[in-house]
Design a protein around this ligand. Sequence first.
Ligand code: PEP
Ligand code: MG
Length: 566
Amino acid sequence: MLKGIATSSGIAIGKVYKLEQPTIVVNEGQTDSAVELQKFEDALQKTIADIEQIKERASATLKPEELAIFDAHLMMAQDPEYKDQIIGMIKDGNSADNATKQVSDMMIGMFEAMDDAYFKERAADIKDVSFRLLCNILGLTIPDLTAIDEEVVIVAEEMTPSDTAQLNKKYALGFVTEIGGKTSHAAIMAVALGIPAVVGCTGVMANCKHGDTIILDASEGIVIVNPNEEELKEYKVKRDQFLAEKEALKVLMDQPSITKDGHQVELVANIGSPKDMENVVSNGAEGVGLYRTEFLYMESTDDFPDEEAQFEAYKVVLEKAKGQRVVVRTLDIGGDKKLPYFEFEAEMNPFLGYRAIRLCLDRKDIFKTQVRALLRASVYGKLAIMFPMIATIDEFLNGKNFVQETKEELLKEGVAVSDDIEIGMMVEIPATAILADEFAKHADFFSIGTNDLIQYSMAADRMSEKVAYLYQPLNPSILRLVKLTIDGAHSQGKWCGMCGEMAGDPQAAPVLLGLGLDEFSMSASRILPTRKIVTSLDYKQMKEMAEKALKCQTEAEVKELINGLL
Ligand code: PEP
Ligand code: MG
């Protein structure tokens, strides 16, 4: 039995498809520049065509924001500076492959050394593109995952972005990789595709060959190569149980999210694009609690999306929600989220810097386009607008006034705008949680962004694996901030939601319920499991437990309290 890192959930049992990439050996001798230049040009054109073809095939299964990776790859392959540097080295007498390898390695090293998640990801893109280019120069064949036509479990050293994007859910039962962590691209993709995957499983490549039988338990991070009869039987039972439970949850589709003693909450979904609305509906969500609009901006490669493009996206989401509330978060860019067409000044701490509402209030031109599009779309459903990263009352009032002014401007132009738009804010900065009762005099609702709230409370970068142990949603300090926020909202008759990852965490649900959270916003796939938990609990009992949790000293004590109760 091998142990890796659990990513998604579920169990896969099947035949091994070993993804073996060709080995690159470059020619370091002197060469004929004219011949090599032609070889390079041909390979580069083939590489661009290959990427376009993969993108085309992947578009059948992937969402637009997931397809954006291929645009980044195409941009990289067509980057004039990259190309010119390679050509320069070929003209100096290097072979096409040697020149490509040297220039690529230099760029990969440069990006990997940068202290910024966005640029580190770019290093992965260059690796992916340059590997394809080198194979094309050397006439080596990259395995074609799209050609798989039987059910298999893929075993690989690493799954690159283009590998995962080529997976066909019909045949790829799951995958396991030697390399990768919980937040690696491959792991995130597995969750998005809804297939079982184990990453960081050291030794798996050496321990299996093509055609072996393999078991993958993605919830536990367990991998068994060539299992014995008993193991096979045990995991088949587990797999069938998992599938049966998943199926059984469907009866909760149209049920209210109500505790045994009659306390009702709202379970809503986080989305990143209009395409996600299919999942929202098919998973029984009661609306959208967070629409991360920055994806709309990140998908665009050359300029900010214009008012019309934004209006269309918001309108589609509102219409598909069929009268259920849609909370749209205004542009939350900066920090680790960059735009290819907008230059951010370098800052020592981008997560504490010029981002989100700070940027929007400073660049009203950018903000105006979004607010106009939102207000125009408001007549197509039940819109709520939410500002990210609010730190002060002034920021909130400036944002709210700006929406009001824009509304008046539109009405003067004769454009219809809904009269019933709630204006709320994210609570993801400790200062805001502490002053929540005052904020609640101005805001219609709160949504607690625990991903950032925990990072700022613990002073622990959410991108750093070294300090990941400080991500402690159930630490009493965090629970007290959550309580301050919920109580603050309720003191003014307002509602309080949560849209950070904590909202969909099964272990956190009982205590959040007990603290009085009104709305839980999470990945659509978490809705039904969470509804099952809510409907099995007693609100009064959870309130008592939450009181005790607030008086604990450590996260471990809180977990013990919750586990003891369930
Ligand atoms: C959060 O911070 O919890 C949140 C929901 O926003 P994001 O993860 O987009 O920063
Ligand atoms: Mg946030």
